[in-house]
Design a protein around this ligand. Structure first.
Ligand SMILES: Nc1nc2c(ncn2[C@@H]2O[C@H](COP(=O)(O)OP(=O)(O)OP(=O)(O)O)[C@@H](O)[C@H]2O)c(=O)[nH]1
Ligand SMILES: [Mg+2]
Length: 393
């Protein structure tokens, strides 16, 4: 199951621009609302130091790639059409496309930090920042959509669940399985005491409250303000300090930098830029200008923003499962073939189930590939672990 991040926001904020910079796709981009009419999907890669250097040779990733000791782990990105107020009642492109973020692990909510577009995404000649309003509107539409998704066919489901004698958390998890909720999630939500214990007497306000809790719990993410290039330092600071899960970027800058790297004109991702001798004078001065933008105090590159979402906000860790704990190879002799994004707090047994249900069910023990210590099923995984699972065959 691949890791998936959805990009949502009102029209014309730069979702497709950021999507293209992250995935190298050529999504359609335009300075008007509803350029995107159906979701774009692609793969981006997040970075993690690869432990292969301990073995003195290059690894063989089954997914993603490895470059100069850095492992690039794939993450699916979905770019959806813009949302406007009333999208949940079918306005604009409606919210049918939110279905494509239903099973996402996280959401990056984009907004136009420059204030050059109105709430519908129409360009404005004079900037008129509506940041708070914009963030709340999109959040609200997301919640309304989720609430109506939850209430679909509720009566029939609730009657059956109430009379079945099954655990309510289990019934609810099965109904909402497309949202990537675990029974642990639904049981904790139900135990919060705010919902009627009998599912069949739930009403609109319960669906709304449940939607909010689900978004918080299973669709966490960050707020990413785009078009920082149109702001001065004081304006950027004012926005960046509005909340602590908010970052600023420039999709347009990132898209040009990505293309420059693809063309071999720009050699690196970090600062300072290494510009190739191949670059013309014009290209060189354009890149130097972009370097100034991307080295600004409140600037976050789009890949960095994605990494913050996955590692800091979602608290994912990277674990390398191997077949042979001493060589770190799989059965075919491939070095460190897999890099799994696991949750902080996951155990050796969780890793076994992630590899295969059968391996989980037949778990005997795990072995730490770095220390060779034997680990029990409850052993907590650490970031960068190399682990062998021993199971009954
Ligand atoms: N100045 C500036 N313009 C940008 C930036 N990123 C995107 N744009 C411009 O903003 C406009 C909208 O970009 P899109 O990527 O199509 O926006 P979107 O959010 O996908 O729009 P919809 O598909 O209509 O919802 C285009 O004219 C882009 O060139 C940026 O960082 N700075
Ligand atoms: Mg778009």
């Amino acid at each position: 199951m691949s890791f998936k991040v959805g990009l949502i926001g009102k029209p014309n904020v730069g979702k497709s621009t950021i999507f293209s910079a992250l995935t190298k796709h050529n999504a359609e981009i335009g300075n008007y609302p509803f350029t995107t009419v159906k979701p774009n999907m692609g793969t981006a890669f997040i970075r993690f130091p690869c432990p292969h250097k301990d073995k003195g040779r290059e690894c063989n990733p089954a997914d993603g790639y490895c470059l100069n000791g850095t492992r690039y782990i794939p993450v699916q990105i979905v770019d959806v059409p813009g949302l406007i107020e009333g999208a949940s009642e079918g306005k604009g492109m409606g919210n049918q496309f939110l279905e494509s973020v239903r099973d996402s692990d996280a959401i990056i909510q984009l907004f136009d930090a420059s204030g050059r577009t109105d709430m519908m995404g129409n360009p404005l000649p004079v900037p008129e920042p509506v940041i708070g309003e914009e963030i709340d509107m999109v959040r609200n539409e997301l919640r309304k959509w989720l609430s109506s998704f939850i209430s679909r066919d509720w009566e029939r489901f609730a009657k059956k669940a109430d009379s079945s004698g099954d655990r309510p958390g289990k019934s609810l998890q099965t109904k909402l399985s497309q949202l990537r909720l675990t029974e642990h999630d639904t049981s904790e939500i139900l135990a919060s005491g705010v919902f009627p214990s009998q599912l069949s007497i739930w009403g609109e306000s319960d669906f709304r409250d449940l939607a909010s809790l689900i978004i918080e719990r299973t669709k966490p993410g960050i707020y990413l303000g785009n078009k920082i290039d149109l702001l001065d330092e004081r304006q950027a600071e004012e926005i960046a300090t509005l909340r602590n899960d908010l970052y600023l970027t420039s999709g347009e800058t990132e898209l040009i930098l990505m293309k420059a790297r693809e063309a071999g004109i720009l050699r690196n991702e970090d600062l300072p830029f290494e510009i190739s001798e191949k670059a013309t004078d014009q290209q060189r001065s354009a890149l130097i200008k972009l370097q100034e933008t991307s080295s600004r105090k409140f600037y976050t590159g789009v890949r960095k923003a994605l990494e913050i979402t996955v590692f800091n906000k979602l608290r994912r860790i990277v674990v390398f499962p191997v077949y042979d704990e001493s060589t770190w190879e799989d059965r075919q002799g491939r070095l460190l073939p897999d890099a799994f994004l696991m949750r902080e707090g996951d155990t050796a047994l969780d890793l076994a189930f992630r590899i295969h249900t059968e391996i989980g069910e037949n778990f005997i023990r795990a072995i730490d590939g770095k220390t060779r210590r034997t680990l029990g099923k409850d052993h907590l995984l650490s970031n960068g672990d190399v682990i062998k699972i021993v199971s009954k065959s």
